[in-house]
Design a protein around this ligand. Structure first.
Ligand SMILES: [Zn+2]
Length: 274
């Protein structure tokens, strides 16, 4: 079985200083992965509080530099296919810049995700203060849906349950039964447009005593609606996280009747049997 890790950050991401294209590729080779995609952060909107803390606006990267480094490392390592990607942070205030970045550059695959909403980074709290869990999670899903149907130009919907990672609530899982309407709308869109749903294995770990998990019913429903394209991503910012927990995800996918994992090369869907 050949697996690709489709969501990794490198030294080209603002928060990727602990790793590099070269280190992560060598790790992918050591772990027997068939491919690795570098999807460095590109967020044109950065909340004021975070911008002050990190002294970096926007949180984007040197695309040409990243792609040249990928070419250099690919010449050294032939056992792993290295894909050129981007994780585009969707935000309503930056549509023009987002569109231009995707039009002006070539990528193998584009992950679309939401990191900041209502002017806030959920990582730093604040977002949750005036909301109960249902409102906080639901509003995040609605924001992804609104932005991705505007964007259209992407391949993979990134970490749909990112909002759960840093939440203060005992609800550690975004359950299908609580958000069935909006999840159905998202899945219908992804399936119709040939895009993939991401399993982001970084989301499923212990965050300050909260054991975040994925709801199997979410994946089961996607499959039931005809969804077949699932992208596995570790969201690594450290080489040792490359491919993290993939075998658990693969057994879960198999048990639900999925037959492939998916990634994109030159923006075209590639399916690998599991
Ligand atoms: Zn992300």
């Amino acid at each position: 079985m050949v697996l690709f890790d489709n969501h990794n950050h490198s030294e080209f991401s603002f928060d990727g200083k602990r790793t590099s294209v070269e280190k992560s590729v060598l790790e992918a080779a050591a772990k027997g992965l068939g491919g690795i995609a570098f999807t460095d952060h590109c967020d044109y909107f950065v909340p004021e509080m975070k911008a002050a803390y990190e002294n970096l606006v926007p949180e984007t990267f040197d695309i040409a530099g990243q792609q040249a480094e990928i070419d250099r490392v690919q010449d050294m390592v032939s056992s792993v296919k290295i894909l050129k990607g981007i994780e585009i942070g969707m935000h309503e205030d930056c549509h023009e810049q987002i569109r231009k970045t995707l039009t002006d550059n070539s990528f193998d695959q584009v992950i679309a995700s939401v990191h900041y909403l209502d002017g806030i980074d959920p990582f730093y709290g604040g977002y949750y203060e005036d909301k109960d869990w249902k409102e906080a999670y639901g509003h995040y899903l609605e924001t992804i849906f609104k932005e991705m149907t505007w964007l259209k130009d992407f391949d993979i919907m990134g970490h749909f349950d990112y909002v759960v990672r840093y939440a203060p609530y005992p609800q550690c899982c975004l359950r299908y039964r609580d958000f069935s309407d909006i999840l159905d709308e998202m899945f219908r869109y992804l399936i119709q447009e040939g895009k993939a749903l991401e399993i982001n294995t970084k989301s499923y770990q212990n965050y300050h005593g909260r054991e975040v998990s994925i709801d199997m019913d979410v994946l089961a429903r996607y499959r039931e609606m005809g969804g077949e394209a699932i992208s596995l991503g570790s969201d690594s910012h450290d080489p040792e996280r490359v491919g993290h927990n993939f075998m658990n995800s693969v057994s879960m996918l198999k048990s639900l009747g999925f037959r492939w994992t998916s990634h994109y090369e030159s923006r075209r869907l590639v399916q690998l049997p599991i």
